[in-house]
Each structure stands twice: as C-alpha cells, then as structure tokens.
Design a protein around this ligand. Structure first.
Ligand code: ATP
Length: 404
C-alpha cells in the first residue's frame, strides 16, 4: 500500500526532504505557469505545521551542469516565497559542505530550497552506485523523504528512488491524489469512457492507446500526432508533423481498435497554415483535400477544424469518464487554439470524472482561461500518468510501497 502522510506520523523536529516537480515553463527567466508549484504547497504547509524543517528539492529542465544558470531554481524559490508569504532561501548547490551546513541549521517550521537537482550528474546517472552515493550523502542530513512530484515517479533517479529507500519515506498529498484518480481510470471507469489524445508525438502515446483499447469506448485523436494516423489511412497531409517510422504501428493500432469495438474519432477538417508561425495565413480544409490550398503540399496542419472540434466535443460531453492528454493544436498561437478551447469547454460539462493529464495540456487549459476547479482532476505528470495507464512499473511509487 502506498505510504501516505497521516496524522499519526510524527514529523516534529524532523528534517524532511520534499521532492517535488517544480519543472515549470519559463520564458526568459519568468515563470509562465506556476501550476506545478501551487500543486505541492498543501503538502509543504502540512509538514511545516507538523513541526518539520523542510528542504524542497526539484529538477528543472535538462541542464548540462551548474553553469547552466538559466535553469537555476531561483525563480521557483521566489514564487514559492510569494505563495507562502515568507521568503524562501535557495541554497546554491545540490550537495557539499555549504548545503549540509545550511540543512543542518534549518529550524523546525522553516523551509529552504536546494538548487536544480540535475546540476549534480549523480541525480540522473544510469549507474546505480552513483545515484546511491548522492542519496547516502543526503540520508546523513535528513530524517524522512516525502515525494510529491508525480511528474518524476516513473524515473529511477537518486532523489526519487534511492533516497526514499534509505530514509522513512511517504507520498505527499498530490502524489496520493494522482494515484487515486488514475487507479479509478484503470480499475473501475464509468461508461462511456473516452480518451482524447493530442500533442506532438505519436511514438510517446501509441503504447498507451494500445494498452487502453480493451477498457475504453471511444478514442478521440487530434493535435500534431493525428497526421501520422491520417497518413496511415492514405490521406495526403502536406508538411504537417509526421512520424514516418510510426506509420505501420498506426495501421496496426487502427485494426486493433476495430477488433476491440472501440470507436476511433479522427478529424474531418483541419486548419492548414502556410507555415509554423502565430501569424501564418490559414484555411480550413477537409481531410481528403489537405493539399488543395494555395501552398499545396507545403501547408501544415496546426489545429483541428471547427467541424471536427464540434464532433469531438459531443463525444466528450456525452461520456461519463474522460481522460485527456495533449492539446488539439498549437494552442500557444491564438489562431490555432480553437480546437483545444472547444474540447476543454466540453470537458467542463462532463458529469462524471474528467481528468486532464500532461504538463502541456494542463498549461493549455490554464492559459486558455479555464478554472482548474471546472475539471475533475488536473494531473501534473504527462509521461508518468501515461505510463501509469499503460501498466508500466513506476519505480518512484513502488519504493513508497505502492503495488499495482
Ligand atoms: P507533456 O508530455 O509535456 O506532459 P502533453 O502530453 O500534454 O505534455 P505533448 O505531447 O508534449 O503534450 O505536446 C504538446 C505540444 O504539441 C504543444 O506544444 C503543441 O503546440 C504541440 N502541437 C499540438 N498540435 C500540433 C500540430 N498540429 N502541429 C505541431 N505541433 C502541435
């Protein structure tokens, strides 16, 4: 059973290493969406109220090393301080004398952060001995580890796997909630159950779709990944995103869906643009004539068309369980955000369980102005939630006692 935080766990005077996923989107050092920070604040505040001294640790992006100052957690520490109404000090390091002396001096009820964990190559090393070495250093200075970053539980990394194995370790509230909701999706979904997939990469997502085929009723596909599937069906897709080496897999998947009586919903119209830019001129074309616009085979599909969006919205709105991963188009560009917006709107009307999974999808619904409370659950982990649904082993959860 997943070890969770309970009233009878004694944290008074203990030093807790709180591993979170504060891997927020940044634009020139400014956080553009702080959802991942707000998501772990309840766990942090609970630990502080229980008298723990809390060291918050996270990764950010894929830094080459500490010299990658653009990936410092300084903006995160600042934002966290604003949310807690008290400044949060960032210790400039991941290990070493300065880090240890600061952690040892931290008082109960106080919080600090350490730098981007990936500044230390041992965090993500493929060599288990190196990961263990870093974890052992930390285990000398903390009493317990709480993991509240769902976005990292599918990875065997020092702070997610080795450190929790060396200290008392628990899942934070966010991780516990994610596991509960995703378990409902895999074990007892209300019907009709619809999965909506979009985003950019077919290769990331086809494995999940195949694993879900026996348990879902409808699969709705949009976003950049749809062009590989349309191409597999024989449509010309111009210069749209295409993963050629996934064409055969896509064909196999369509056949399997038919065998499982799953209805696959594909777009009937697409917004085809002259190029990949927010101001690219564009036209709505039927899927059988995607290359018939002015730029012909140079055109790129950047959103599903309005007819498709409407049809998809109807499938979603009449479902009792919906899991949505991946935007329907390049929602970052206003002109190509229509499909994602219509889908998100439909999702807010679902009377059963609606789950938005994936960093980009969660950011999309927030940036389009939807209230988080309009959805049943917004998952913070894209890859992790997909791997959970796919039935893969999640090392960061198993080390916390969870078994499928
Ligand atoms: P994550 O895996 O980070 O949690 P996600 O699963 O929600 O995120 P991704 O697969 O990463 O989503 O894809 C999101 C990206 O896909 C967005 O940046 C969006 O602009 C892009 N995208 C959507 N539709 C298209 C399209 N038609 N052409 C090109 N890119 C697209």
């Amino acid at each position: 059973m997943l070890r969770t935080l309970s009233e009878d766990t004694d944290f008074d005077g203990q030093v807790v290493f709180l591993r979170v996923d504060a891997n927020v989107p940044l634009d020139k050092g400014v956080i553009t969406d702080d959802g991942r920070i707000r998501a772990f604040v309840p766990t942090l505040e609970w630990l502080l109220a229980k008298g723990a001294a809390v060291v918050v640790a996270s990764h950010l992006g894929r830094p080459s090393g500490p010299e990658d100052v653009g990936l410092s957690l300084a903006p995160v520490a600042e934002r966290l301080g604003e949310l807690l109404n008290t400044p949060v000090a960032l210790i400039p390091g991941v290990s070493g004398p300065l880090v240890w002396s600061s952690v040892d001096a931290l008082l109960p009820g106080h919080v600090c952060m350490v730098e981007n964990l990936r500044f230390d190559p041992r965090e993500t090393s493929t060599d288990a001995a190196e990961r263990l070495e870093l974890a052992m250093e930390w285990a000398d200075h903390v009493d317990a580890t709480v993991v509240d970053g769902f976005g990292v539980v599918h990875r065997k990394q020092s702070s997610v796997y080795e450190l929790p194995s060396l200290t008392n370790s628990y899942a934070g509230f966010l991780v516990a909630k994610e596991v509960e909701v995703l378990t409902t999706l895999t074990s007892d979904p209300q019907r009709p159950y619809t999965v909506v997939l979009g985003g950019s990469k077919v290769s990331d997502k086809l494995g999940v779709i195949e694993a879900l085929l026996p348990s879902v009723d409808h699969i709705v596909i949009g976003g950049g990944m749809v062009f590989t599937i349309l191409k597999a069906q024989g449509f010309a897709v111009g210069a749209s995103l295409l993963e050629k080496d996934m064409l055969e897999t896509s064909e196999r998947f369509l056949a399997q869906a038919a065998e499982n009586n799953v209805t696959i919903h594909l777009p009937t119209d697409i917004v085809m643009a002259e190029g990949f830019s927010p101001t690219a001129s564009h036209v709505v074309l039927g899927v059988e004539e995607l290359e018939s616009g002015e730029v012909g085979s140079e055109a790129m599909g950047l959103d599903i068309g309005p007819q498709s969006a409407q049809a998809f919205a109807e499938v979603v709105a009449s479902s009792k369980t919906v899991f949505w991963n991946g935007p329907m188009g390049v929602f970052e560009f206003e002109a190509f955000s229509g499909g994602t917006r219509v889908l998100a709107q439909a999702l807010t009307t679902v009377t059963g369980l609606s789950v938005v999974g994936g960093g980009d999808s969660a950011a999309a619904v927030r940036s389009l102005g939807f209230e988080e409370s309009a959805f049943g659950h917004i998952s913070t982990g894209g890859g992790a939630s997909l791997e959970f649904l796919e039935g893969s082993v999640l090392p960061g959860l198993e080390i916390l006692g969870w078994q499928r």
